[in-house]
Design a protein around this ligand. Sequence first.
Ligand SMILES: C[S@@+](CC[C@H](N)C(=O)[O-])C[C@H]1O[C@@H](n2cnc3c(N)ncnc32)[C@H](O)[C@@H]1O
Length: 211
Amino acid sequence: MSENYDFKTHWDIAYLKNSIEDLGWYEDDPVVSLDLINKCNLSRNSMIFHAGAGATKLIQKLKDDEYSNICVNDISKSAIDKLKSSINNIDGLSFVVDDLTNPKDLLNLEMVDLWHDRAVLHFFVQQSQQDAYFNLLKRKVKDGGYVIFSEFAIDGAKKCCGLDILNYSDEMFQERLGDDFELLESFKHLYKHPSNGNTRKYIYSLFKRKQ
Ligand SMILES: C[S@@+](CC[C@H](N)C(=O)[O-])C[C@H]1O[C@@H](n2cnc3c(N)ncnc32)[C@H](O)[C@@H]1O
């Protein structure tokens, strides 16, 4: 994929052409992420940032759990529009349509207590994209804040949504985050699509930024 590939259009088309439930990463109940988030023991007004949230059901679940300060990002406005129409109200939510690998509005994001990324970082196969992503993350995660990554595991699929991906291990996350971040927990998870039964191997890792 060339550096000039139009990722925004790619993702807009994916969300416009498919119902949310048909997307290859759709979860009825994002319980694995929720369990990890609950382990962080955040106060209900903590700032939670969802990188590349798409139309995930996790946002509604967090609202149901009374988290009240959630920033939802995606490169695709179509994804954000679908998310908005799938939740009961948008109180406590802010939305930023912006590119994590070339951030503009995201530079104004307030400092975050939790950065959550499921199936987004692994699309950034170019070094320059990864550098931009991790520069933003390190600029925005508070001391004592948390980072959750959920990406295709080392022995997982090599593509997602028609795009090449980079498979991840703990060591790779740690190398990119640096010594400021401590790994608290990590495990493999076999995702199963709720309707077609397709499976994908993910790794989930929870890091904490040192105080
Ligand atoms: C595989 S989907 C995962 C969506 C969501 N995290 C979930 O678990 O349901 C990848 C998401 O990342 C978004 N995305 C891809 N590249 C991005 C970028 N450079 N900046 C922000 N979002 C991006 C896509 O639009 C899409 O919603």
